[in-house]
Design a protein around this ligand. Structure first.
Ligand SMILES: *Cc1c(COP(=O)(O)O)cnc(C)c1O
Length: 502
């Protein structure tokens, strides 16, 4: 008789690791995380690097044998030091906020349980947490309460939320045969958005087969908000030409300047022409938590759907976007697909039959809700609201510093937490005849060079925007580590870069 325990696989075919190895791995990994969070202020914002440098140091050979935890952790430290640190207090590029430690650890827990949140049957607790989080997000931005219920789902980000919204809007307004037969021979359908709209909207139109050019780019006013009379004219012209307008997208925080479109007026137009009203709030919707900004968002509650990104202004780790909508039946009509056996749900109870695949394109889905749920519970909404308000106040402070300086020009006054400006060599701003075109082009080039020099220098990080044809340095402050001193220092860093270039 053999004395081999048949309940154990042979050691070399099992991926189980011993309790001692597990303890070593977890203590070393949490140490690395804690070190990173405590050192982030003193790291260069952008590493001194060039393409291929990190992979060169780390080796690219396929490992056929396992390596030691110590070696792996050392390489992970190299990866951290070869990264751009969005959490650094002087990182102002794009809309890229830092994550918090509670959110990061929540992701570890989510990956540990590795639940696939396709439906209640596949992940009962996770599905319930996600539905709770959807309700919280809707309540936080003033889109849902007991009388006006909101539904929705978490997505990889704002682009996927926008795509999902446009698909629902499209299917709510077109021939029901389109899902089966495609768009072949169907009437051209048009979408309206301001010329400041995020590229994910034309991209979604393209993915839907509607064509990017059928997103009509409506003019903006002096504050980069949609001009609603131009919107009306565009819709009327398309109707006259036999096209089918079906959707208008408002921005609640554009990515260039943070402008919030006049949502209530757009809601009126949507109502008048029977269009789906979607709000892209990927950057700005959570700024509703700043009471001083709340009036800008009036009308948001009238949208048929709203996108927002907890991985932006809720300081939650990537990836976590969200789509909210009012009419659950319309969303279900766009996505439900009950022919395949592997998605048949046999539950009788409505909550137990709930499946996220009926509301969006994804089947396998990470447990994204946990990091939002834990972040909100760890800090409480009031503390997060205070962080968002401070980001807005810092952008206003930057705007003031720029406006009062003799060597900077404000190109767009901050609406939320974005400030766009440019460097102008001292003395030139006072020129009575103003700046001519040739000089403006020189300034575009100078500011572009300044941006690159600042990015490479590793002390601060700015991106750019094109506003009225002019190159603007753009600072987006969605960072709870940034202080007024960081703002002052950034202006000096820009001046240093300008001096070296001149
Ligand atoms: C970031 C952003 C998006 C895209 O969101 P992702 O999460 O990057 O996919 C869409 N619209 C606006 C206004 C944004 O700021």
């Amino acid at each position: 008789m053999s004395n081999i325990d048949k309940t154990l696989r042979p050691a070399d075919s099992s991926l189980e690791i011993s309790r001692a190895a597990l303890d070593e791995l977890s203590s070393q990994v949490t140490q690395l995380v804690a070190d990173y969070y405590s050192q982030i202020r003193s790291l260069p914002v952008f590493p001194e690097t060039h393409a291929g440098k990190t992979s060169g140091q780390l080796g690219t050979l396929l490992p056929t044998e396992g390596e030691s935890i110590a070696d792996l952790l050392e390489d992970c430290r190299r990866i951290l030091s070869g990264s751009r640190h969005n959490g650094h207090p002087r990182f102002f590029g794009y809309v890229a906020s830092p994550s918090t430690a509670p959110g990061a650890f929540a992701d570890l827990i989510a990956s540990t349980v590795n639940v696939n949140v396709t439906s209640w049957r596949s992940g009962p607790a996770a599905t319930e947490v996600e539905r709770t989080v959807i309700g919280w997000l809707a309540e936080m931005i003033g889109y849902g309460n007991d009388n006006q219920k909101a539904h929705g789902l978490l997505t990889s980000g704002g682009s996927m939320a926008n795509f999902t919204a446009l698909l629902i809007a499209h299917r709510a307004n077109c021939d029901p045969q389109v899902s089966q037969a495609g768009l072949w021979n169907s009437q051209p359908m048009t979408i309206y958005a301001s010329s400041e709209i995020h590229m994910s909207i034309p991209k979604a139109a393209d993915l839907l087969g509607l064509g990017r050019q059928n997103v009509r780019l409506v003019e903006c006013d002096g504050r980069f908000r949609m001009n609603v009379s131009d919107l009306r004219e565009r819709i009327a012209a398309d109707l006259k030409n036999g096209l089918k307008p079906f959707c208008v997208v408002g921005s609640s925080g554009t990515v260039n300047t943070g402008a919030v479109d006049p949502l209530a007026e757009i809601a009126d137009v949507a109502h008048e022409f029977d269009l789906w009203f979607h709000v892209d709030g990927a950057y700005g919707a959570l700024a509703t938590l700043d009471q001083s900004k709340r009036p800008l968002f009036a009308g948001l509650e009238r949208a048929d759907s709203v996108s927002l990104d907890p991985h932006k202004w809720l300081y939650v780790p990537l990836d976590s976007g969200c789509l909210l909508f009012r009419d659950e039946a319309r969303a279900r009509a766009a996505f439900s697909f009950d022919e395949a056996d592997y998605i048949k749900v046999h539950e009788q109870n409505e909550d137990e039959a709930f499946a996220f695949w009926n509301y969006g394109p994804e089947l396998s889905r990470r447990f994204r809700a946990l990091k939002i749920w834990l972040t909100l519970r760890y800090y409480g909404v009031d503390r997060i609201a205070a962080a968002i308000s401070e980001d807005n106040a810092l952008a206003a402070y930057l705007g003031e510093r720029v406006a009062e300086a003799g060597d900077f020009e404000l190109l767009a006054a901050p609406e939320l937490s974005i400030c766009c400006f440019r460097y102008v060599p001292p003395g030139l701003l006072a020129k009575p005849e103003g700046l001519d075109d040739a000089f403006n082009s020189e300034l575009d080039e100078l500011n572009n060079q300044i941006m690159l020099a600042v990015q490479r220098g590793g002390r601060a990080y700015l991106s750019s925007a094109t506003l009225g044809g002019r190159f603007a340095l753009r600072a987006c402050i969605t960072n709870f580590r940034t202080t007024r001193a960081d703002i002052d220092q950034t202006l000096d860093i820009i001046r240093d870069a300008a001096r070296e270039l001149e």
